[in-house]
Write a protein that binds this ligand. Structure first.
Ligand SMILES: C[S@@+](CC[C@H](N)C(=O)[O-])C[C@H]1O[C@@H](n2cnc3c(N)ncnc32)[C@H](O)[C@@H]1O
Length: 209
């Protein structure tokens, strides 16, 4: 993504940005006034977390995005929303996620259209690679779930094996998720584009063993 100067500057004034997420470790539910905590990793411009938080005002959403321009655009959308929504944004790299959430604190992690990093030498950057999964297992509650959606069959195959080999069990699986209506789950920005092009959406849900 090209640098969007206003968005980068906006990050300093947003009311939804949490600049020291480690200071809220163990207190996110209190901070967001919710009893179910969702975390979206790689939220892009923030549509998914925003629209889910509006749809489910009893749930809290923490959106994480490492790209400054995308995070700034998400922050502005969050700030402009007038509906009830319990939302926060972290501008940072999810490789630090265990520093931000307490063990067992998170109920659902969303991985939406994560970057596939197709070259093997960059496999460690995939958000479903072993080192990330080890961190997710720590911060997820006993009944916690990870929900993943992607258009990329190679990333999907890789992820299914990686989850299976790293302490997770699959509880839901689809290779054409949007063939049926799923009004309970809003579309992400990328998802809308793929659905428009009639590309299948792969989706899987896992829980800890
Ligand atoms: C392909 S985009 C998808 C955006 C959005 N989830 C959607 O479905 O429309 C992937 C996003 O993940 C972000 N990302 C990738 N690795 C990340 C990481 N380690 N921590 C935080 N964000 C990350 C990228 O900057 C990018 O904005």
């Amino acid at each position: 993504m090209r640098k969007v100067k206003w968005a980068v500057d906006y990050l300093t004034e947003s009311t939804h940005i949490v600049t020291s997420p480690d200071s809220l470790k163990g207190r996110w539910k209190e901070y967001l006034n919710c009893n179910e905590l969702h975390v979206e990793i790689g939220c892009g411009k923030g549509n998914y977390s925003l629209n889910m938080a509006i749809k489910y005002p009893e749930q809290g959403y923490v959106a994480i995005e490492k790209n400054e321009s995308a995070a700034g655009m998400a922050a502005k959308k969050f700030d402009e929303n007038e509906s009830e929504a319990h939302l926060a944004l972290i501008r940072g790299d999810a490789s630090e996620i265990v520093n931000w959430f307490e063990e067992g604190e998170v109920d659902v992690i969303h991985l939406n259209f994560s970057d596939p990093w197709p070259k093997k030498r960059y496999a460690k950057r995939r958000l479903s690679s072993k080192s990330f999964l080890n961190q997710y297992r720590m911060i997820l509650s006993e009944k916690g779930q990870i929900q993943m959606k992607t258009d990329n069959s190679s990333l999907f195959e890789y992820s299914v094996l990686e989850f299976q080999n790293n302490g997770f069990t699959m509880i839901d699986f689809s290779v054409d998720y949007r063939r049926e209506a799923h009004d309970e789950d809003v579309m992400t920005e990328y998802e809308e584009k793929f659905v428009e092009k009639e590309q299948p959406i792969y989706r899987c849900v896992w829980k800890k063993i």
